[in-house]
Design a protein around this ligand. Structure first.
Ligand SMILES: *Cc1c(COP(=O)(O)O)cnc(C)c1O
Length: 475
C-alpha cells in the first residue's frame, strides 16, 4: 500500500473515532466559550507542533486539529454568536462537504460532472425565478463567497458596457469610469474595482438617508457632476441587507436610475437576499427583478458551510462573453445547445461542487423549511429589539432583518462601546461587534444562528445590563 492510502481497517477505525467527536462538538457547541483571548505564540506553537518531514500517527494529527478548532477559534455555530452573518452550518450542508470530499467531482467541464453541473443549473434557475427573473434569461454561477460574486458583477458590467473588453481590457476604455454604491455598502465592491484595474477612485460612496438607504437625490447629483467632469457611469450597486445595519436600498427607484443613465444594476443581497422567500420581507425587494445581476451568499442566511455564493444574472450571455476562453486541452463545445461548461462562466477553473451545500438542505427541508427558520430569526430579532428598548437603550437602525444596532441613551463614545463589546465577547457566552451608525458607535447584534432562542436572548440582555452597569434597570 502506498503511503497516501489508509488501509480499509484504519479507515473504518478512524471514521469510527472521528465522527462521534464531530457529532459531539456539533451537539454541544454551546458548552464551549464562543470566543476567548488568543495568545498568538501559543496558537502558533500548537499549529506547528507536528513535524512535516516523516509524518505522524493519524490519531495524534486528528486530535491536534480537533483540539485547535475547538479551543482556538470563534465559534460561529454557537447560539450565542450574534455576529457577522456567519451561520451555524446546517447538518445537510455538512453532509455535502463530506460527500464532496469522497466523490471529489471536478466541475470545470460539464462532461466531467454532468449530474453536479445540472444540479447547479437547477438551483440557479430556481433562485433566479425567486428573485423574479424571466426563466429564459437566467444564468449564473457558484463561487467562493460574496466578494467573488461582486467581483464577477463588476467584471460583467465592464464587459457589458464594452463588448470588446475581453480583448482590449481597459485600453479600450477612453473615459474614466464610476461605480455608485451606498456609504453602507460592502467594501468588496471597492476591492473589485481595484482588481479589475479601475482602481478605488472609481468608487462613489453615495450618502444614506436617515433609514440608512442610498439617498437618491444625492445619487443623481453625483451622477450629473461626474458626467460633467468626464466620467462614464458604469454601474449602480444596491445593497439588500447592509452588513452593518441590515438596510435594504430602494431597489425599484435605483433600477430606474440605472436604466436612465445606462448603468449595469447589481444588487448585493449577499446576506439579506435569503429573506426574499418570506412574505414578511418580500416587498422590500421590489425592483430586484429589474436588476442585471444579484449576489447571494449561501453561507450566510442559508446557513451552509463556508465558501458558497451565487452570482445570478438576467443577461444570459454575459458570463460567457466575460469569461469565455477556448483551449485544446478542454473538451470542445460543439454547438449552441451544448451544455455550458462552468470554467467559461467564472474566474474559477477546476472547482468543487459548491452548489451541493445548498442543494442538500433545500432538497431535504424545502423552501418551506427555510422560510420557517428565517421567519423565526426575524421574530427573534424583534424580540431582542424590544428587550433592548425596554431596558432604556436606543436602537439606531431600522430594518426588518434581525440586525439590531443599539447603544446607551446618553450616546456614549466609541471607547465606551468598544469596552462593552470586549467585555461581552470575553464573557464566553456571546459574541457581538461594534458598528458606527451615522457616526454613533453601537453594539451590533445579529441573529445569525437558527438555534438561538428567546432564553438566550434574555440571557444576553442580562449580560448587557451587567456590562453596561445598568443592573438597576428592569427589563
Ligand atoms: C458578507 C458580505 C459580502 C462579502 O461576502 P463574502 O461571502 O464574505 O465574500 C458582500 N456584501 C455584503 C452585503 C455582505 O454582507
Amino acid at each position: 500500500m502506498l503511503p497516501l492510502d489508509f488501509s480499509p481497517k484504519t479507515r473504518r477505525e478512524t471514521l469510527a473515532q472521528l465522527l462521534p467527536q464531530l457529532e459531539h462538538f456539533y451537539r454541544e457547541t454551546d458548552q464551549h466559550p464562543v470566543s476567548q483571548k488568543w495568545d498568538m505564540s501559543r496558537v502558533q506553537a500548537h499549529a506547528q507542533a507536528l513535524s512535516l518531514e516523516t509524518g505522524n500517527d493519524v490519531n495524534s494529527v486528528l486530535q491536534q486539529v480537533v483540539d485547535g478548532l475547538t479551543h482556538e477559534a470563534v465559534h460561529s455555530p454557537h447560539p450565542g454568536y450574534l455576529g457577522l452573518f456567519n451561520p451555524r452550518s446546517n447538518f445537510a450542508s455538512t453532509l455535502a462537504e463530506l460527500m464532496m470530499g469522497i466523490f471529489n467531482p471536478q466541475l470545470a467541464a460539464w462532461s466531467n460532472a454532468p449530474f453536479a453541473c445540472e444540479i447547479e443549473r437547477y438551483l440557479i434557475r430556481a433562485f433566479g425565478e425567486k428573485f423574479g427573473y424571466a426563466s429564459e434569461e437566467i444564468d449564473g454561477t457558484f463561487g467562493s463567497g460574496g466578494a467573488e460574486s461582486n467581483l464577477t458583477a463588476v467584471f460583467a458590467a465592464l464587459n457589458h458596457a464594452f463588448p470588446n473588453f475581453h480583448k482590449t481590457g481597459l485600453s479600450g476604455v477612453s473615459q474614466p469610469l464610476s461605480i455608485y454604491v451606498s456609504a453602507e455598502s460592502h467594501h468588496s465592491i471597492a476591492k473589485a474595482a481595484k482588481i479589475t484595474g479601475m482602481g478605488s477612485q472609481a468608487i462613489r460612496e453615495v450618502p444614506v438617508t436617515a433609514t440608512l438607504q442610498m439617498d437618491l437625490v444625492e445619487l443623481e447629483r453625483m451622477l450629473l457632476a461626474d458626467i460633467d467632469s468626464g466620467f462614464q457611469p458604469l454601474m449602480l450597486v444596491g445593497t439588500a441587507g447592509t452588513t452593518g445595519a441590515g438596510a435594504i436600498d430602494p431597489l425599484a427607484e435605483m433600477a430606474a436610475v440605472a436604466r436612465r443613465f445606462g448603468m449595469w444594476f447589481h444588487v448585493d443581497a449577499a446576506y439579506g437576499g435569503a429573506s426574499i422567500i418570506s412574505p414578511l420581507t418580500q416587498r422590500a425587494f421590489r425592483g430586484i427583478e429589474q436588476s442585471d445581476s444579484i449576489t447571494l451568499d449561501a453561507h450566510k442566511w442559508f446557513s451552509t458551510g463556508m465558501g458558497a455564493s451565487l452570482f445570478l444574472t438576467s443577461k444570459a450571455h454575459i458570463l460567457h462573453q466575460s469569461f469565455g476562453i477556448q483551449t485544446a486541452y478542454m473538451p470542445p463545445r460543439d454547438n449552441e445547445q451544448a451544455p455550458v461548461d462552468p470554467y467559461v462562466h467564472s474566474a474559477q477553473w477546476s472547482r468543487r461542487f459548491i452548489g451541493l451545500k445548498l442543494y442538500l438542505p433545500l432538497a431535504i427541508h424545502g423552501w418551506e423549511g427555510y422560510r420557517e427558520v428565517i421567519e423565526k430569526q426575524m421574530a427573534l430579532g424583534n424580540f431582542l429589539k424590544q428587550k433592548v428598548l425596554n431596558a432604556g437603550l436606543k436602537v439606531l437602525n431600522f430594518t426588518k432583518l434581525p440586525v439590531v444596532c443599539f447603544t446607551g441613551a446618553d450616546m456614549p463614545s466609541e471607547e465606551v462601546v468598544r469596552d462593552w463589546v470586549e467585555r461581552i465577547n470575553h464573557n464566553g457566552k456571546f459574541w457581538v461587534s461594534a458598528y458606527p451608525v451615522r457616526g454613533q458607535w453601537c453594539i451590533r447584534a445579529c441573529i445569525t444562528n437558527y438555534n438561538t432562542d428567546e432564553a438566550q436572548i434574555e440571557a444576553f440582555v442580562r449580560l448587557l445590563m451587567e456590562v453596561m452597569e445598568m443592573d438597576k434597570v428592569s427589563c
